[in-house]
Design a protein around this ligand. Structure first.
Ligand code: NAD
Length: 352
């Protein structure tokens, strides 16, 4: 056994069907009296329904959460928090809504209860990415880690097939990089392998029937495990590239992860053979990069950056930005090899 350090993060997790019904009890458990309920404009109805069911514990609804947590929206939400004298936040939605809850918590220290409805995994991490005037910054602080997470499988039944596939592959990406993280440890690696296997089993079934509740349960369980991996150990090339590409070309988050993942895995394959063995085993595939590529194809998810909005003349710029700030990665970061990776991902070629 290699020596390791394991830092457990303190959050309470409730998992099951219909668990949103436990929200009033969880609000009381944290000693809160008036919570503000957050959502995106698309999920405003769910937020209003939830607030109405809180028997006087709701201070209002703020349904303006948006991708990449723009600071202007956080400031508007904070005004409503102050005016309504809210003493806690409840987020119902995907990574965008969780991001808003975290941004409010960072500035106000209010406790958060997060009810995730995608597989992004942000609810399990002490990480917050925010954008101000088009610039994205990421911070890591235990202040933004939600106190309580309620996973309610029923709320994921409405997740459209396309987002189910890409959000699921976004979750798998956290586990893939956790398996070759510099600070990896046996517990997180176990969770990573189980998370990949659980999602890889569930996602194809959900393409056949998005309302298959057993498969939804397996997928959400996998997403929880993968989110825990993201919060616990450092990420490498894949997450850095997706951050660069998403920020520079305004590409959609989950789709970018979906396209880049097989290529990032191929880049690191030789340098991280044990991780590749475990990823392949979890996917029931012979090769990890090819297994990831085939899973994306099977799920009819995008496999080319050109199909999700990246211009051909952006490849050079992406390579430059990817090389700007050095970071740890199992394989050395080399200009020619990174150029090849981004080019293959742009065309949607097989990973190599
Ligand atoms: P999202 O939260 O933007 O959701 C996408 C769309 O799907 C939204 O319109 C949302 O309202 C809708 N939606 C969500 N759940 C639904 C459901 N069950 N049924 C129907 N519609 C539903 O997308 P996302 O991929 O979950 O999150 C992406 C964001 O999260 C990015 O900004 C990313 O940077 C951030 N993120 C942060 C972390 C972190 O640790 N800080 C981790 C992962 C993602």
């Amino acid at each position: 056994m290699q020596p390791f350090i394991y830092n457990g993060l303190a959050s309470r997790v409730i998992f099951g069907f219909g668990t949103l019904g436990q929200l009033p009890a969880e609000i009381d458990r944290l000693g809160l009296k008036r919570v503000i309920v957050l959502a995106t404009p698309q999920q405003q109805r769910e937020a209003q329904k939830t607030a109405a069911g809180l028997d006087g514990r709701a201070a209002g609804v703020f349904a303006e959460a948006a991708m990449h947590t723009p600071v202007e929206i956080t400031e508007r939400a904070l005004e409503q928090v102050t005016e309504s004298r809210a003493d806690g936040v409840v987020a119902i939605g995907g990574g965008s809504t969780t991001g808003l809850a975290k941004a409010i918590a960072l500035r106000s220290d209010l406790p958060q209860i997060v009810v995730p409805t995608t597989y992004a995994g942000s609810e399990m991490t002490p990480i917050l990415g925010e954008t101000k005037e088009g610039l994205k910054t990421t911070i890591r602080s235990e202040k933004v880690l939600p106190e309580t997470v309620i996973y309610d499988v029923d709320l994921t039944l409405t997740l459209p097939a396309g987002l189910t596939a890409t959000s699921g592959l976004n979750a798998i990406a956290h586990a893939v990089e956790a398996l070759y993280a510099q600070d990896r440890n046996p517990i997180i690696s176990m969770m990573a392998e189980e998370g990949i296997a659980s999602l890889a089993r569930a996602l194809p079934r959900l393409m056949e029937n998005p309302r298959d509740s057993d498969a939804r349960s397996d997928a959400l369980y996998g997403a929880w495990l993968c989110g825990t991996c993201l919060g616990a150990v450092g990420m490498a090339l894949h997450h850095k590239l997706c951050h660069t590409l998403g920020g520079s070309f305004d590409l959609p988050h989950a789709e970018t992860h979906t396209v880049v993942l097989p290529h990032a895995a191929a880049y690191n394959a030789k340098a991280a053979p044990d991780a590749m063995k475990r990823i392949a085993r979890a996917l029931s595939a012979r090769s990890a990069p090819l297994g990831l590529y085939r899973l994306a194809k099977l799920l009819r998810a995008p496999t080319a950056l050109r199909d999700i909005g990246m211009p051909a003349d952006g490849i050079g710029k992406a390579v430059d930005i990817a090389l700007q700030n050095p970071y740890w990665n199992p394989a050395p970061i080399e200009r020619g090899a990174i150029h090849g990776l981004i080019e293959r991902a742009w065309h949607g070629d097989l990973p190599q």
